[in-house]
Design a protein around this ligand. Structure first.
Ligand code: SAM
Length: 304
């Protein structure tokens, strides 16, 4: 693959799979911009271009957006900077939609990371799609993905579960709903609830590998790995850590293969109300066994 001749200007970079992108990709419509999760350097060249080229900038917190723009030398130059968050959506959304219908190039950024990942943006994106306004995004940092990347836990399938509820009973019930999902789990948690939450996970999920990723991309970044029990004990002893945390939990261990006695018990129950074929199919699916083997055993039991 040729290296091509391109400068560090984002617009001159080829997009995957290596074709050049014309200057100013930003089109009329809404573009969701991912921003750094700590280190201001983690913003893409395309995100900066979008911030420069936008007609209107909408932000979860306009002061945070201003600061990021200042760091990167993007000036506002009289463009509207509109606050948009969960509490003002009722008034801000119609205003943004009106601007979008007028053909404006509007960008939206949340305080940190990818909009809509435990952050505002969902209602805005839905409203935009419902009104046939183009929706785009400049991808970038996301704490969940960085924590998964550092966790050393299986990454072929994962479930992002957001923040567990604060109250213990609600949290346990939330965790019980996640317990059987056969993937790695990623959860956001507040540092002050971390120890209690890890203890609940240890109780509800049993022994599983896990990782706590803290202060990602920042000066005191660290990732601790261990079982849920060991991590819960560490944070119970040390107290709430400083900064922001993500918890990553490995998938449940594979279920023990069903033994002959289990198959017979399940088949006897099923044969009381089902045909041999249906009983075999139901039990084979439930126990993840080959249908033919279970059918043969069902025939034998029917004949007894
Ligand atoms: N939209 C963001 C993203 O893409 O990751 C998430 C925003 S959510 C309101 C904030 C939570 O994300 C924090 O409580 C923490 O669980 C996680 N988080 C964000 N930045 C982090 C960082 N630098 N280190 C660890 N966790 C972080």
């Amino acid at each position: 693959m040729g290296q091509g001749k391109f400068s560090l200007r984002s617009s001159a970079f080829p997009a995957f799979p290596w074709y050049p992108v014309a200057k100013s990709q930003l089109r009329p419509g809404l573009t969701l911009i991912a921003t750094p999760i700590g280190n201001a350097g983690d913003i893409t060249l395309r995100a900066l271009d979008a911030l420069r080229d936008a007609d209107v900038i909408a932000a979860e917190d306009t002061r945070v957006a201003r600061r990021l723009m200042d760091i990167h030398g993007v000036s506002l130059e009289g463009r509207p900077l509109i606050p948009y968050h969960d509490h003002n959506a009722a008034s801000a959304l119609p205003r943004l939609l009106e601007l979008l219908h007028g053909g404006a190039r509007v960008v939206f950024l949340s305080d940190a990371g990818t909009p809509m990942v435990a952050d505002p943006g969902y209602r805005l994106a839905r409203a935009v799609l419902a009104e046939d306004i183009p929706l785009g995004a400049t991808p970038g940092p996301c704490a969940a993905i960085m924590a998964l990347t550092l966790s050393g836990l299986p990454s072929d399938r994962f479930t992002f579960a957001g923040f567990p509820p604060n109250r213990r009973e609600a949290r346990r019930s939330f965790l019980r709903d996640l317990a059987d999902i056969p993937t790695t789990l990623i959860l956001y948690e507040s540092p002050k609830r971390l120890a209690a939450s890890l203890a609940d996970m240890a109780e509800v999920f049993g022994t599983r590998e896990a990782a706590v990723a803290r202060e990602l991309t920042k000066m005191f970044e660290e990732t601790r790995r261990g079982t849920l029990e060991s991590l819960a004990a560490i944070y119970a002893e040390e107290g709430a850590p400083k900064g922001e945390v993500v918890v990553v939990v490995g998938p449940p261990p594979p279920a023990e293969p069903a033994g002959e006695a289990d198959v017979d018990a399940a088949l006897r129950g099923a044969l009381e109300t089902m045909t041999t074929k249906d009983a075999a199919r139901t039990v084979a699916t439930a126990l993840s066994l080959p249908r033919k083997t279970v059918y043969e055993r069902a025939l034998a039991l029917r004949g007894e």
